[in-house]
Design a protein around this ligand. Sequence first.
Ligand SMILES: [Zn+2]
Length: 265
Amino acid sequence: MRKKDRVRLARGLMLGMTTLCTAALFGAAGNNAAMTFAGGAAAVVQAEQGVLRGLCVALDAGHGGYDGGAVGRVSGEAEKGLNLDVAIRTKRLLEEQGAQVIMTRTGDYALCDENPPIRKKLQDMQRRARIIGEGRADIVVSIHMNEYAGRSESGPQVFYREGCPAGRLLAGAVQEAMVEGLRPAKAREALGGDYYILTLGLPSVLVECGFLSNREEEAKLLTEAYREQVAAAIADGLCRWHALAGEKPEPLEAVDRRDEPTGDA
Ligand SMILES: [Zn+2]
């Protein structure tokens, strides 16, 4: 049996998003005393109201089908299955908070044709973009696993579109939640990056959940319990971002891709 078959989809393991989100809300308001004092009662209220009600989140599980993405150095596990598993867990947690969630893929497949007239990867990305656009998502969260030639690199890392203040704000909130929630050996900071999925004109982040090239982190990412923690941290980050006071900055406009071949002819 291939290792990837052991990746079971989301079940059980409620990690209390209500509590996380409530803490995030109070944290954002700068009232930590209230958090510890009234957190329990407030948590019940928040669960009923759904702190993310009205927000539509596009979750993009990276890779799929012929495109496995990064591979576990020890296990040989491809990131595509882990990405989808984390996305499904995150979906459940976000929906518990009242968010609407769109998934760009729900199984082990690429979104491109077998033999498209353009690069398979480009068609795959275009179709993900179309799902996100047609679903009228407010924000995009793309989920990936990292790898690096050296084995020592580790830690979750959140990317946003270079120069996009809206993406940077969202990425900062998710990065902070991941560092606090997962306590990685190396606490990274959100970084600007150049990824197709971040250029759709929405506040967008690409979450590298950890390094499959790092022995310890790979082992953790292969467990359901840790992937549930990762999902909870991502969802917590979105709650933190959503609860930020004041108007949020506008995202950069979508990259104009009218000249790109669509492969749908
Ligand atoms: Zn990837």
